[in-house]
Write a protein that binds this ligand. Sequence first.
Ligand code: SF4
Length: 64
Amino acid sequence: MNMKLKVNKDKCIGCGQCVSICDKVFDFDDDNLAKVIVDSVPEDLEEDSNTAKEACPTGAIEEE
Ligand code: SF4
């Protein structure tokens, strides 16, 4: 099963790290916080998504 991610908006500070690392998985929402734009992470984007998850300064990216 593919990895599922979500952004915890209580933790996200909108720094944009995740979006700049992997804009096929993360984008800004109307509230200028990040959101995950895929239902599940395609295999070829898993590595980048993990990099983004680890790069998030507040640990806002969570696995579902
Ligand atoms: S890296 Fe983390 S804090 Fe920064 S925009 Fe993405 S989810 Fe939010």
